[in-house]
Design a protein around this ligand. Structure first.
Ligand code: HEM
Length: 258
């Protein structure tokens, strides 16, 4: 324990913690984007996928427990990541780097934007959970269904029929894209994975994943706004998928999944 706290007090230890917590969030974001693409398989496919996430480990832990464990890990990762980054920034500014060091540290647009994009992503996460998980803030277009817990596709549809909601999401996904691009590159440097002969490949892979995240995430709001994806009411399999034994129907109103 003493060794861990000694390591944490060093800049190397803090950078390691930022990298590890960043990697946890990176994994979540990639998984979340891939999961969202289920929307293109139809409303019931997305809703069933969300329901499946709620049921992981049900036999051992009970309904939703695994999801709560994952949420707690994620919340702790976000808090530790933010606090440690703030401590590192404070330490760096106390060290008063020379102009050259400052310029080297902030060499790309994404690097300069880390603090701004990180803050905007934090605000986004709060708004996003209030909107789609908790249903506290649910702007939706006139004529669409209101928010229903577990009716993930329909909730997204109602919100993304509003241009400003779709625009907000696409703009925030650009922030996510920039943040994870620079974050992934920094993480590789911290973990000592960088080397002159592979830096171009690492940067290329970081950029490719960041762009894939932007395109994959933005595809849902854009397709819903432009009506180029199925409307929730078109899904003939929806009733079939949810009603035969009534179990899924009742679990729809319980709680959200990622
Ligand atoms: C266009 C982009 C996105 C869409 C359409 C989207 C959609 C959703 C939906 C529908 C839910 C609720 C799922 C349910 O109730 O079962 C959700 C939950 C969540 N999303 Fe997103 N999301 C997007 C981007 C992001 C990003 C970029 C992040 C992180 C930076 C994120 C973090 C979360 C978190 C933490 C939850 C709560 C998970 C839980 O506790 O159940 N989302 N998202």
């Amino acid at each position: 324990m003493k060794k861990i706290s000694q390591l944490y007090s060093t800049s190397v230890g803090k950078k390691l913690l930022v990298a590890v917590t960043g990697a946890i969030m990176y994994g979540f974001v990639v998984g979340h984007m891939l999961g969202n693409l289920k929307a293109f398989a139809g409303p019931s496919a997305l809703d069933q996928y969300a329901e499946m996430l709620r049921q992981i480990g049900q036999a051992f832990l009970g309904n939703g427990t695994f999801l709560w464990i994952a949420r707690i890990v994620l919340i702790v990762a976000v808090i530790v990541h933010v606090i440690t980054v703030i401590q590192l920034v404070q330490r760096n500014s106390r060290a008063k780097p020379t102009r050259t060091v400052r310029r080297r540290n902030a060499s790309t647009l994404a690097a300069k934007w880390m603090a701004i994009s990180g803050t905007l992503i934090l605000i986004f996460i709060v708004v996003h959970i209030a909107q789609f998980t908790l249903g506290w803030f649910t702007p939706h277009a006139a004529g669409t269904e209101g928010f229903v817990h577990g009716a993930v596709y329909s909730n997204l549809w109602g919100a993304f029929q509003l241009w400003w909601v779709a625009l907000f999401y696409v703009a925030m996904m650009a922030m996510v894209c920039m943040h994870v691009y620079h974050g992934a590159w920094s993480m590789c440097q911290t973990l000592g994975l960088d080397a002159p002969d592979r830096n171009a490949a690492i940067r290329g892979a970081a950029a490719a994943i960041a762009i894939a995240l932007f395109v994959g995430f933005s595809a849902v709001p854009i397709s819903m706004l432009t009506n180029s994806i199925q409307s929730p009411t078109d899904d003939s399999s929806m009733t079939e998928a949810f009603e035969p034994d009534g179990s899924s129907e009742s679990s729809r109103s319980k709680e959200g999944a990622g």
